[in-house]
Design a binder for this molecule. Structure first.
Ligand code: SF4
Ligand code: SF4
Length: 392
């Protein structure tokens, strides 16, 4: 049998050999935080279970059978294990690299069989027409780029499934007088493909985006999707397709909490009558929190919104539980993804909140899909919708 083709990422499974070995021998100090272990109660479906699977896979250099492939894909790549791990072992990245090898060995799980072809053909994860990417964005103002223009990288889920988030973002940016540009050649950022192991396809998308961004000459990119921000900022260098050094990538909550914008936003503060104050619980998206370290900017913005009282999940910030939408889990194991969402929604009910908010279109989409099945309906909004609502 010939060996697998050379890896497409700049890092490799072998590079993490020592870390993975330590993980596989660990006393499981992160197991209690793993959403898939909590849900399945299976040791195989835990961080150590996955590290052991990878240890055997790496050593034998043979193709995986169905059960271990399942174990590798029953993971949301939420990073909770890493945040509880004393030496911060990069197990989620190791799992991504193991998935890359699974795909190279043509052992693609059933739920992902045509995923990379769909994205390659349509340039988005939903198989929607590429020409309609910005169709629902009624407020887009595409003035020619100037020195202070920011490029709004919209992303697939916002563009095709939750355009109300983009509309709210553009409303806020217009209100602040920010010259906002959309990248007409924007394609999927590649994040969902990187998580699923389709590194080569992600690399091709990264090349297209980097070329279009470079051509635009714009040096500040903002996103409303933490997955897009993470891909552009942290994953593209690992794919050997970095953005030019002069380009900065910010999640919109980081951009809006820079002092100039905050000053202007604060001018709209007007305390409402006490009876109208709604407790709102903020869910930290895994990519935004644990991967990009953005915890306070969304909270600062929420505190600016009149009529809202910010409350917290018991597990918040770097110990926040995943919503269940990460790591391609809704495609590979939808029931498990649903159970994880319902658990987080139940935790939201344990707070005094009358509404759940987040700053990620995928979290919103996943919570909405499952909120009606959990109990009384808990409204779900992106925080930009709440912010745009008071700036009208
Ligand atoms: S990530 Fe850290 S705590 Fe979790 S199994 Fe690995 S070594 Fe142990
Ligand atoms: S990334 Fe999340 S789901 Fe995957 S092993 Fe770590 S804690 Fe579990």
């Amino acid at each position: 049998m010939s060996g697998p083709p050379p890896p497409s990422s700049t890092d490799s499974l072998d590079q993490y050999a020592k870390v993975n070995r330590l993980c596989s021998l660990c006393s499981r100090m992160c197991r209690h935080a793993c959403p898939t272990h909590i849900t399945t109660r299976s040791d195989a479906c835990s961080p150590v279970g996955r590290a052991l699977t990878i240890e055997l896979y790496r050593g034998n250099k043979t193709a995986l059978t169905e059960a271990p492939v399942k174990r590798l894909y029953q993971c949301t790549l939420c990073g909770a294990c890493k945040s509880w791990c004393k030496p911060s072992h990069e197990l989620p990245r190791i799992i991504e690299l193991a998935r890359e090898r699974v795909i190279q060995e043509h052992r693609t799980p059933a739920g992902l069989l045509d995923f990379d072809q769909i994205v390659t053909q349509h340039h988005n994860v939903y198989g929607e027409p590429h020409r309609e990417r910005f169709k629902a964005l009624t407020l887009a103002t595409n003035q020619p780029p100037s020195n202070d223009t920011v490029l709004y990288f919209v992303g697939c889920t916002t563009a095709y499934r939750h355009p109300e988030i983009a509309t709210a973002a553009i409303q806020v940016l217009n209100h602040l007088g920010i010259n906002t540009h959309l990248l007409q050649k924007e394609v999927c950022c590649g994040s969902p493909l990187i998580r699923a192991g389709f590194t080569e396809t992600a690399q091709n998308l990264a090349k297209q985006n980097v070329e279009a961004i470079t051509q635009s000459g714009i040096r500040t990119i903002i996103t409303t999707c933490p997955g897009c921000a993470r891909a552009l900022k942290l994953d593209y260098p690992k794919l050997n397709v970095p953005l030019p050094k002069s380009v900065r990538v910010l999640h919109i909550t980081e951009f809006l909490t820079r002092s100039r914008q905050m000053k202007r936003l604060k001018q709209h503060e007007a305390p409402p009558p006490v009876a109208e104050i709604i407790p709102v619980v903020y869910h930290d998206p895994c990519h935004l929190g644990r991967e990009l370290g953005v915890y306070e900017p969304p909270r600062k913005l929420l505190r600016l919104i009149p009529g809202i009282h910010l409350v917290e999940f018991q597990n918040n910030r770097d110990h926040a539980d995943c919503c269940g939408a990460g790591g391609a889990l809704p495609k590979t194991f939808p029931d498990l993804a649903a159970q994880i969402a319902k658990r987080r929604l139940k935790d939201a009910f344990q707070t005094t909140a009358g509404m759940i908010t987040s700053s990620c279109p995928n979290c919103k989409q996943h919570f909405l899909r499952h909120s009606t099945k959990t109990g009384p309906l808990l409204p779900v909004y992106d925080l930009l919708e709440l912010l745009a609502g008071v700036l009208k």
